[in-house]
Design a protein around this ligand. Structure first.
Ligand code: G3I
Length: 393
């Protein structure tokens, strides 16, 4: 059963104002339970992450899933600490079109309404990815009832419908996500679902379709291990070369998102991280840290207490290394954490034995990483360069 936002109760009258007109076949925003009552004075604490980041024009963000918005104490943190939000899952194709032609915008609408109520921008995530595709689509392709030509048309429709629905509401769109190989040398993965069926030209095509649907949105390529995390920097080299090529062909790519999923068991070089951010910026692109978290080994998935006593130092150190590098590069316009609390982080469910990846513990208390980032932002406010200006939705 679909959960309804607790915050949405009694505020349906404001729904029409939240969204513009989308494709006429779509469910109305009011029917989707869209409106959210503005919370009291969000983000007014001068020491909140969002307020400190604002001093240099940086947006500080988090991914949100419905539970974060529907649990009042969690929503209070989400509203007060962050100035840009990303749906953890709610805008992915599997979620928005679970049955062909039948749309479910409830999660996406809920997030967009929450952002509006709390003075936050939105990062749309993600339009072209091999993961979290609807079963009807992958099954149809596998059994041949969906041809490659039809697949391309379905993708065009998906991008056109979703981007149009939120036109003017999205600051940054992650148009294409995770196409490059974890290998040395790297390159676009020929076995990627989209590449194997439609070829590599589908990526620039997706950017063109998204740009046509919302010319004001900043369009991003988003990936992990593209800022030196692989050690060799091979993946960054490949993404950099590809971006340069795409830009020379006039493809409307405006930014690159470095996800920033770190793990304390591997090496991390803040210097290389910064160098790669600078290299992307040198192409004339905006840059965003889009999914930062730092995982480590823990006692169990419920309590998430690190098993190595040094991890409680390494975890905030790596978070801080990413943020300081970002602060040094004015083209980095946002720094987003992939969920603010260990209580609903994706990490324990994906990496057996690991957790403690965010900046709030399982009881929503700020961890050392929170205070480290807060201190970095306080210092940054006195010395870091102001962010470059961007178009705003
Ligand atoms: O919704 C179903 C639920 O009905 C079912 O009972 C449950 C049983 O496992 O699964 C639920 O779906 C899960 C979904 O998240 C929603 O919670 C999927 O199993 C789970 O695989 C899925 O994980 C998401 C993951 O992407 C999928 O690859 C994570 O929440 C999400 O945080 C994560 O986000 C990605 C970014 O989009 C791209 N970059 C990497 C990042 C982390 O993997």
């Amino acid at each position: 059963m679909r959960r309804r936002s607790l915050l949405a109760m009694g505020a349906a009258g404001g729904a029409a104002a939240v969204l513009g007109t989308g494709a006429s076949a779509l469910a109305s925003p009011a029917a989707a339970g869209l409106a959210v009552r503005p919370s009291a004075n969000p983000g007014t604490s001068p020491t909140s992450l969002r307020a400190l980041a604002a001093k240099i024009g940086l947006r500080f963000g988090t991914a949100l899933i419905p539970q974060d918005i529907e649990t009042p104490a969690w929503a209070a943190i989400a509203a007060s600490q962050f100035s840009v939000v990303t749906p953890g899952n709610g805008m992915k194709w599997q979620i928005v079109e679970p049955t062909q032609g039948v749309y479910d915008w409830s999660q996406a609408d809920q997030l967009v309404a929450f952002a509006r109520a709390n003075g936050q921008l939105v990062r749309g995530h993600t339009l072209l990815w091999h993961n979290q595709l609807p079963t009807w689509l992958t099954t149809g392709v596998a059994n041949g009832t969906i041809t490659n030509a039809q697949l391309k048309q379905l993708l065009h429709n998906h991008i056109q419908v979703e981007v149009s629905r939120y036109r003017g509401r999205i600051w940054q769109w992650d148009v294409a996500n995770e196409f490059f190989l974890d290998a040395n040398p790297s390159g676009i993965d020929p076995n990627n679902f989209w590449i194997s069926h439609l070829g590599p030209d589908i990526i620039p095509q997706a950017f063109r379709w998204a740009h046509a649907a919302d010319p004001g949105a900043l369009l991003f390529y988003n990936d992990y291990n593209i800022t030196g995390e692989d050690g060799t920097n091979a993946k960054s080299d490949a993404v950099y070369a590809w971006l340069k090529q795409m830009l020379s062909e006039g493809v409307p790519i405006m930014g690159v998102g470095s996800q920033g999923h770190l793990d304390t068991q591997y090496g991390f070089s803040p210097q290389l991280f910064q160098q790669d951010l600078e290299r992307y910026a040198s192409l004339g692109l905006k840059v965003a840290i889009t999914e930062a978290d730092v995982r480590t080994f823990v006692n169990n998935a419920t309590d998430q207490v690190p098993t190595d006593h040094l991890a409680v130092f390494a975890q905030p150190y790596e978070f801080s290394g990413m943020l300081k590098a970002a602060l040094a590069v004015p083209q980095v316009i946002s720094f987003t954490i992939w969920g603010f609390t260990d209580a609903d982080s994706w990490v324990p469910g994906t990496f057996a034995g690991e957790g403690y990846a965010t900046i709030y513990d399982v009881n929503q208390q700020p961890k050392p990483a929170y205070y480290e980032l807060q201190a970095d932002l306080e210092l940054g406010a006195f010395g870091a360069p102001r962010r470059v200006p961007t178009p705003m939705p």
